[in-house]
Design a protein around this ligand. Sequence first.
Ligand SMILES: [Zn+2]
Length: 267
Amino acid sequence: MPELPELQVISERLTDLLRGHSLTKVSVHNHIVVHGRTVEDFSSTAIGETFERVEADGKFLILMLNQHDIVINPMLTGRFRVFERYKKPTSIDMVSIQTDGPALWYSDTKKMGRVYLVPKGDYSIVAGFANRGPSALDPTLTVEAFMQRLKFHNGQIKNVLRNQRFVKGIGNAYADEILLYAGILPFRKRSSLSHQETEQLYQSVRNVLTRIREILAERSLDEISKEKRDFLMIHNKGGGICPLCGGRVSEVHANRFKTNYCQSCQK
Ligand SMILES: [Zn+2]
């Protein structure tokens, strides 16, 4: 699942590759991901418009054209790739956007992602877009602002971190990483955290996401799209060794999400 660090790096790469190019053909290879418009309308409306830039907004990617935005929520398995030459679509390809330069391909093995074409800046039809908090990496999100926002969110701290209404951009995997470095168990109630623990949590959000972003910035778009998260310290490491203390990594499953944590490092 691409989270904020992936989408920030992807958006910079796509901006470099696509900026200034105009749309010549939009093809829908699987209509299931297209929301809010008919396939015909989606494919024809923005032809001739030019790519201005691509932005990451929490867990959404926004392709900004002259008069429209294409908003993509890649959910669990959405991927972005750019090809210079024509390629044949495969069963995982959902939408391709051909320009007078390269083509952007959106693929999705689980087909759960959502793609919208909206008038510029009007995100009212995009599910889950409104009422989100500030970006987890927003420079104006100070420790004071973070702690103030935290007071309005109850329940287990991992669920609060993943709640886009609290801050946007953190998903299941990086929430585990953040909590390891903060030394806080994922099941702790938010209300049980001390002042010092919430400060640690803030620092951990910033440090972990920034570090991951720096690692991803060294990788190609193709490498990022394969989502080889070989830099994870605890998530997906159930039964393995905690890199901080050498103890055994624990694993719990809830719904379809996995949580990994260390019983010695996290209290
Ligand atoms: Zn440990």
